[in-house]
Write a protein that binds this ligand. Structure first.
Ligand code: M6R
Length: 364
């Protein structure tokens, strides 16, 4: 039931504050500001590496996880698209564990990768939304998301719930590995608890986003740029737009601009820059200047400080609330989803069932 919403995708975008909160509550005691016990088949403290594999949007959630595990827990992460992972004859070290990410728990390539790891004798964990799925059954441990049924083919709430789980796991890995102080741990818990509130503030930006979507509905190509965790998020924004609006979109690491994609930029090219005021903000601003110098139409997604300090004229600036680094990808995912959604609505595509796509890809 879509309730008062026009499409499941819209409904699912709006459900995010609630389902993120519901998901986090499985891992965190909000009131006590502490972790809930987890049944673990491996000890984060003893791992040498973590191997992540998934497809599509779930892969991009895993890629954001790589930044978190490496930065917070100093745990090296190998990550691969499942269709590559399964045929690559990867040597898996004994000190490794594998983590799979999947909404459905049935994606053929991800399942095959999971079985490859099982056969290699390493511990297998999965972040899945469907508890009764094959991947859930075949894993040593399941870290569930509680997004509820996701009907729209384009993944929205499943993605942010995956991020919530992976962020929690990375923070716990940091505790287990002794790479953060007690104060830092408390701060991370507080930040996670704040994610649902910030996600709901992001939903209030609808008007502004509709204005940008009106523009995008007339273009053929869009470039998304970001650094650090906003690089995978740029790819997710591009994936969402191409899935539901059929506009050609690419997500790039902003630092790669000069290495090729800058050739595409002219006055007709919208460039969506995801740049909260963080450790790499100044670097991203210089990439924006390169875009601006070539007449590109910049749509900047940032926070208050970023908006004040971005010394570039943007066509539109979407200002999100101040968001701690850890949960920024969760909060910044929402305007990207809304942008794809409204662009598709203005173009009149079949938002919930885009052409050529299936919700669950159970064949190769
Ligand atoms: O069920 P899964 O999470 O394993 O599905 C993976 C991808 O097929 C999925 O994320 C796909 O990319 C979505 N259509 C993205 O919106």
């Amino acid at each position: 039931d879509k309730g008062s919403h026009r499409h499941f995708m819209e409904k699912e975008i709006h459900e995010q504050p609630e389902v993120i909160s519901h998901t986090l509550a499985h891992y965190l005691d909000f009131a006590g500001g502490s972790w809930r016990p987890l049944d673990m088949p491996f000890d984060f403290a003893k791992l040498d590496r973590l191997t992540i594999s998934a497809c599509g949007t779930a892969y991009l959630a895993g890629l954001i996880g790589k930044y978190w595990f490496e930065r917070l827990a100093r745990l090296p992460v190998d990550i691969d698209i499942a269709s590559e992972f399964r045929y690559r004859d990867i040597p898996l070290a004994k000190g490794a564990a594998a983590l799979f990410v999947s909404q459905s728990g049935e994606t053929a390539d991800t399942l095959a990768s999971l079985r490859y790891c099982r056969n290699a004798g390493i511990s297998v964990a999965s972040v899945v939304n469907v508890r009764e799925s094959t991947m859930a059954r075949e894993s040593d441990v399941v870290f569930p998301t509680f997004a509820g049924p996701e009907i729209g083919v384009a993944s929205t709430k499943a993605f942010t719930c995956q991020l919530a789980v992976i962020a929690s796991l990375a923070a716990r890995a940091a505790v287990a590995r002794g790479t953060i102080s007690r104060e830092e741990e408390k701060a991370l818990i507080r930040q996670l608890c704040d994610a649902p509130r910030l996600a709901s503030q992001a939903l209030e930006l609808q008007r502004r986003i509709e204005k940008v979507a009106h523009e995008l509905a007339h273009v053929r190509h869009v470039l998304y740029l970001g650094r650090d965790t906003n690089y995978p998020l740029a790819m997710e924004g591009a994936l969402k737009l191409k899935e539901v609006s059929y506009i050609h979109a690419e997500g790039y690491a902003a630092g790669e601009l000069k290495h090729g994609p800058i050739a595409l930029i002219d006055e007709t090219m919208p460039v969506i820059v995801i740049a909260p005021h963080n450790r790499v903000f100044e670097k991203t601003v210089s990439n924006m200047q390169e875009v601006a110098a070539r007449g590109g139409k910049i749509i900047l997604i940032t926070d208050g400080k970023g908006a004040a300090q971005a010394s570039v004229k943007a066509f539109e600036t979407i200002v999100l609330p101040d968001t701690p680094d850890l949960i920024a990808p969760i909060v910044y995912a929402l305007p990207l989803q809304m942008l794809a959604y409204f662009t598709a609505v203005f173009m009149g595509t079949d938002v919930d069932q885009p052409r050529n796509l299936a919700k669950s890809v159970t064949v190769e």
